[in-house]
Design a protein around this ligand. Sequence first.
Ligand SMILES: [Zn+2]
Length: 141
Amino acid sequence: MQPAFERLQKLPGFKACGKNQYEAQCPAHEDRKASLSISIGANENILLYCHAKCDLDRVLRCIGLQEKDLFAPKGNNHKPESAPPSYWRRVWGETIPLDNEASEPGRRYLENRGLKLTSYPKDIRFHSTLAYFVDQQTKPG
Ligand SMILES: [Zn+2]
């Protein structure tokens, strides 16, 4: 964990509110709720955002940090491992064209995103393991 994050954990009201998501009282304004959003990115860089729109520099000054402290140390910037092309070829091979009857959830998904297609491009296909739920009750997690 980065030293900057240790500093952020000491802010009043600091608590986790999701995966790699935290909130705390913003030190740059009189904050009665936790207005400061803290996120850890995939590259372990830290993202700060005050919902009361405090200037980042001012927030950092109040915590005693500099902007560079938010970035993961160089050399530690590991890229997420990418699956080999053979994996993607296999996944692509498992997909079915959108005009296939079994692609109904895929078509419904696109329609609900406002994409009314009269024909289906060959580059957009449906994979049966992709779940799409229209109402909140059946949504997982
Ligand atoms: Zn603020």
